[in-house]
Design a protein around this ligand. Structure first.
Ligand SMILES: *Cc1c(COP(=O)(O)O)cnc(C)c1O
Length: 382
């Protein structure tokens, strides 16, 4: 098929948005010859991040996936252990369970936040408790930056003695009851991949209140070298530390994080206002205690008579106009990779996948670009 001619540059879903001061930090790293996964930027970035989020410890790592893997390793997840995981998410939330030889138990979403449903999670706990094999941990995702229902999830996990890991990869800068996401559970992770709200090019961090966990994460992420004059190893280690150059980029990006959150929320507001007349559209809901960073503006389309697979048709039409939109994550329990994994819940996550669409949400979008997106959407919808 011939690509249609469009007079405008392509609009991406969520491209990196540099602050302009990255080069200063990177030059500083190069001038000091601090180019490895150690150095002053790394220490400062971890401190700045911990202060911003109001948590005692942040450990900077090579990716959000690495952070999640270390969280599971530190919790002692091993072969045959059950780990509950929100089904509606990116595959990176679930892959680390497999790295540890664990068995993922996928759990449905609630319609209120689109995140893991506390009732379905409790049903999962009860089912496995009856078999004498309660899951060791739960991975709760704050999808597209929207806080999960931590008010119900935290006491539930406490009651059953299950560790709660917050996958806040998409949710840096989001707030729930005044508290930063990623800091309320037993451990939290964030991502600094290029498409996330701020970036270090590639990178992530593990968040924890516990000094032991932070030290363990630093130890495991640098090949688990024992204190010794020679190379001595007792445990499996990983090469997961963030480089000092990436940390420099992160320091520069952290300076503009609040601005980026404001911009993404303004973009959400723009779409909400300009698409208000379409009653078949509804947006990902935000509870009164929640303040999402609106990393991506996500919406649902009511089924329209005679329009099969409506979100996919819209996605393809927008793509033809040089505008990248993206379907909502396909739930893990519907993925061939996890064919054999247990699933607890109903069809909420599947419905969100089938009806959902994410709109371009990059914080550098101009008003002209937003108007162009909205105009194209109006054409497709009417
Ligand atoms: C991006 C993402 C991750 C993984 O982060 P990386 O830094 O890309 O490894 C994990 N979970 C979710 C929900 C994500 O969106």
């Amino acid at each position: 098929m011939k690509k249609p001619f469009t007079p405008f540059p392509k609009i991406w879903l969520s491209p990196p948005h540099l602050s302009g001061s990255e080069i200063t930090f990177v030059e500083e790293a190069l001038d000091g010859n601090w180019v490895s996964p150690a150095g002053p930027h790394l220490d400062s970035f971890e401190q700045d991040l911990a202060i911003y989020l109001n948590i005692p410890h942040a450990v900077a790592l090579a990716s959000g996936t690495a952070a999640l893997h270390l969280a599971l390793a530190i919790l002692g997840i091993k072969r045959g252990d059950f780990v509950c995981c929100q089904s509606l998410t990116f595959v990176a939330s679930a892959n680390p369970i497999l790295y540890q030889g664990g068995i993922p138990v996928f759990v449905d979403s609630e319609t209120e936040s689109w995140n893991i449903c506390p009732d379905a999670l409790e049903a999962a706990f009860k089912k496995y408790a009856r078999r004498g094999k309660i899951p060791k941990a739960v991975i709760v995702v704050h999808l597209f930056g929207m806080p999960a229902n931590l008010g119900a999830l935290l006491p539930l996990c406490q009651h059953y003695g299950v560790a709660l890991i917050e996958d806040a990869a998409e949710a840096l800068g989001s707030i729930y009851f005044g508290q930063s996401l990623g800091t309320a559970g037993d451990m939290g992770i964030i991502s600094f991949n290029g498409n996330k709200i701020i970036t270090t090019s590639a990178g992530g961090a593990l968040l924890t209140k516990d000094k032991f966990n932070a030290e363990k994460a630093r130890f495991l992420s640098t090949q688990a070298k024992e204190e010794s004059p020679y190379y001595q190893h007792r445990e499996v280690g990983y090469n997961y530390r963030m480089s000092n150059i990436c940390a420099g980029i992160g320091r520069s990006q952290l300076l503009v994080l609040s601005e980026r959150v404001r911009a993404r929320r303004a973009i959400f507001h723009f779409y909400q206002t300009h698409l208000a007349s379409f009653t078949e559209i509804s947006f990902q809901p935000e509870a009164s205690a929640s303040r999402s960073n609106r990393w991506l503006t996500a919406l649902l389309l009511d089924p329209v008579l005679g329009k099969k697979n409506w979100p996919e048709q819209i996605r393809a039409r927008m793509e033809g106009q040089g505008i990248e939109t993206r379907r909502v994550w396909k739930p893990m329990h519907l993925q061939p990779l996890f064919r054999d994994a247990p699933y607890i819940g109903g069809t909420v996550s599947q419905g969100l996948f089938e009806r959902g669409l994410c709109l371009p949400s990059g914080s550098a979008l101009t008003e002209d670009q937003l108007l162009r997106i909205v105009d194209e959407l109006r054409l497709v919808l009417s």
